[in-house]
Structure formats: C-alpha cells, structure tokens
Design a protein around this ligand. Sequence first.
Ligand code: JB8
Length: 281
Amino acid sequence: MRIDVVSIFPEYLAPLELSLIGKARQDGLLELNVHDLRTFTTDKHRTVDDTPYGGGAGMVMKPEPWAQALESIADARIADSQEAATGDSADGPAKKPVLIVPSPAGERFNQALAYELAEEEQLVFACGRYEGIDERFMEWAAARFTVRPVSLGDYVLNGGEVAVLAMVEAIGRLLPGVVGNPESLVEESHSDGLLEYPVYTKPSSWRDRDVPAVLLSGNHGKIAQWRRHEQFRRTAERRPDLLAEFDAGGLTRADRTAFGELGYEVVEGRLRRRADSGPAD
Ligand code: JB8
C-alpha cells in the first residue's frame, strides 16, 4: 500500500516512523510519504489560509495549494507505475485513489472502515487546520479521487493530523505481514462487533484478588463460553449501541440465555432490549 499525507505540520506525523508502522515501512510493506502543504504555495509568505466569505470566526484553507499538492501526488503515482497519461495501464483504467479528509463533519471511522481502506492500493490523507478547507477543493478532488470525509469521533481536534495518526495505525496493522501473529487480529475488540473479554496474567492471586476460577479449570469449552458471555456483559454495559448492530442470528441457546439475563431478547435476528428490563444505563 502507498499512503501520502499532506499537512502544514509534517513533523506531527513523525510517530509513523516508530513501532509497528515504522517497521512496516522499513520492511517495504507500506510506502508512506508526508508532504508539507506550504511547499505547494507560490507567494512569498507561503500563505495557506484566508478569511471566510460570509464572515465568522477563524480562517479557511485556500483551495489552490491543496490542488497543487494533490496533482503532484497523482502525477508521482502515474510515473511510479509507468502508466500512460490517460491513466490506463495493461489492466485497464486505474482505480481512483481514496482521499480521506479528517473532519468532525465526516462519516465515523470504525474497524469496518479500517478493513475496507486496508484493501486499497493508495490512500491520500488531507490534514486540514483552522475552520477547514474551501469546499470547492472537495468538488475538484472528487473528479480525481474517491473523497471520504471521515471523523474519528464526536469531539473536535485542532486539525486532521492526530486523526490521521490513528487511522494510519488502524489501517496499517491490517496489511498482510504487518502484525506478526494475525490471530491476534481476530481476537480483539470490534473484530466481531463486540468488546473484548477481560484478560488476566500471573500471579493467580494478587492483592487479595483472584483470577476467575474458570480460567484455571483447563476446561476449554467452559472458558470459551465464559469469555463470550463476558463480551456480551461488557458490551451491554459500556456500548449498548453496538448491540443494536450485532447479528444475533448465530447465537446459541446458552448465548440467548446470557443475553436474556442482561435484559435482551432476539427479534428477527437482532437484539432488542426487553420492554420490562428497566433503564439501559
Ligand atoms: C480543522 O476533530 B477532527 C478535525 C478537526 C479539524 C480539522 C480536521 C479534523 C480541521 N479542525 O477530526
């Protein structure tokens, strides 16, 4: 996969040199380039922002430096892959790269979107600052890229950089060969639409607190069922919103009983809070 990030604070992306993602880059599993938006300005002051039409607080990012930056990235891609200026290769017309624009007004980022984006050949991230980027740049970019405004969560950052760090890590660890033991990807929170079960390590008794006896029993069937039901309990307690999306079609009778004790019933393959089960939180 190739990832390009454009930002007025390229140093903000320095952590992508470290740890798992840094290793993936060294190993050639991920090509990641960070570009300084100001190198695509032409005025003496390297201006990237201006006042908003219609008035209001703050500044808006000018569209032209962004268009220059993305044209240079698109040209580099064609040169790299030896494609003709038509964008056609031996495999037919090239697929549009995905342009991800972090924004509190975007669709929510989640594990499903991370898996979807991990399938792409090229991702470009445009880190806005101030009040965001002139909307005409989005319209211009839509002809060349699949544009996806994406939000990390319902809170406001000062710019897109921190969101890009999170998204590149979430996507990068799903690329083949990046995580040493791919089995750790199937046993983690959100991999099956539920939160993860609690984990314990030695000693078996610590400051008068014992590890749940079932985990020391050696009964692997009982352990699996206990863990599954802990996932249900935690998800119902902390993230009931996830249960509304959960596919309840494959639940066993024991699973349904466990959900029954948590105040849920299965209706048409979906979990629903029972009318008589009291407040959810
Ligand atoms: C200016 O909260 B955010 C976010 C906030 C931003 C910009 C981009 C993303 C640009 N403020 O995800």
